[in-house]
Design a protein around this ligand. Structure first.
Ligand code: FO1
Length: 324
């Protein structure tokens, strides 16, 4: 079993490739819920939905979230009724939030609701919310403290971030299956997701971080940073404000206490210098099914090599880890 930690649109795209390269029922995905919000009275879990839409072949390639070919008639009607519309729910997406909210209202946990939704989509991978408790990513900015979606969507990440906190994390328990998926995995991959706001909330659960430190499984992370810029979104500003260098080395540093190998983009191969972990270079930009599949294969081969301790440590004098 391969376990992936995922959040955001990069995570969903990566998992689409991985689920073509290995049998989906060999895959467990632990998903960020720090972005979840209550919108129009409905429970929305954007990162879980992006993973599910990706696995079900429904994900909008253009937006990276929501459903391909979606319509927004309800959103237009809501606008006329004076409801807030800065967070855009499509018509078919809305049906999913209605169904999930009804399951939660009837007493199901988010894990149970997610399992039922994945079953209905015909998904055989295990998709696990990181927790059934409420953990909320809060971004302290020059314009005050905002929820993640207020910062990301409403304010288009324009206010300068000053810090991030994960409200509720100290007392939250990992959802059923999460710790086992880390302890019993053959390999663990951290998707090319924002280390601070997509993976950070998962790692903010003390038991999860502890399980990652203890597991026998090799752990690889894919850098969402190329050079000193994020592939998309506010990862660079958020890493800087959390005190990390904006580079693949900085990404590795955020996972330093458990990481075995960082997968960095081949455009960074020339800049290799001392890091404390093994580095594997490859093309990390996912613009097509072929590039997603190739990145998934590269991640699996990095795990194999980390397992076999074949990778060369990147050091000023030493050879650079295999690139493919
Ligand atoms: N992202 C946007 O940039 N604008 C939106 O209006 C928006 C709505 C939305 C609705 C449902 C959903 O599942 C995702 C949505 N997203 C939207 C994406 C979402 O903000 C991101 O996927 C993550 O939360 C960031 O990782």
């Amino acid at each position: 079993m391969i376990t992936v930690l995922s959040g955001g649109t990069g995570g969903a795209k990566f998992i689409q490739g991985l689920a073509r390269v290995i049998a989906p029922d060999e895959l467990t995905i632990i998903v960020n819920t720090g972005d979840d919000l209550t919108w129009w009275g409905l429970h929305v879990s954007p990162d879980i939905d992006s993973v599910n839409y990706g696995l079900a072949g429904l994900l909008s390639a253009e937006r990276g979230w929501g459903i391909e070919g979606e319509t927004f008639a309800c959103l237009e009607a809501a606008r006329h009724l004076g409801l807030p519309t800065w967070f855009q729910l499509g018509d078919r997406d809305l049906a999913l939030h209605l169904a999930r909210t009804e399951m939660l209202r009837s007493g199901k946990s988010l894990s149970e609701a997610t399992a039922e939704i994945t079953r209905q989509f015909g998904i055989t991978a295990a998709v696990l919310p990181m927790t059934n408790d409420r953990v909320e990513t809060r971004v302290l900015t020059s314009a005050g403290e905002l929820s993640f979606q207020e910062y990301f969507v409403r304010e288009r990440y324009q206010p300068a971030p000053l810090g991030v906190r994960y409200s509720g994390a100290e007392v939250a328990e990992p959802a059923p299956g999460v710790l086992r998926a880390i302890a019993e995995a053959e390999g663990i991959i951290i998707a090319p997701s924002n280390p601070i706001t997509s993976v950070g909330p998962i790692l903010s659960l003390p038991a999860v971080r502890e399980a990652l430190r203890k597991t026998q499984a090799p752990i690889a992370a894919i850098s969402p940073i190329i050079g000193s810029a994020a592939v998309s979104g506010p990862a660079a500003a958020l890493m800087r404000c959390a005190g990390f260098e904006v580079s693949f080395r900085g990404v590795a540093a955020t996972y330093a206490d458990f990481l075995d190998v960082i997968i960095a983009d081949q455009r960074d191969a020339g800049s290799a210098r001392s890091t404390d972990v093994f580095v594997q270079f490859c093309d990390t930009i996912m613009v097509s099914n072929d590039t997603k599949d190739a990145l998934a294969r590269a991640a699996l081969s990095a795990l194999d090599r980390a397992r076999a301790r074949e990778l060369a440590l990147v050091d000023s004098g030493a050879s650079v880890g295999a690139s493919s």
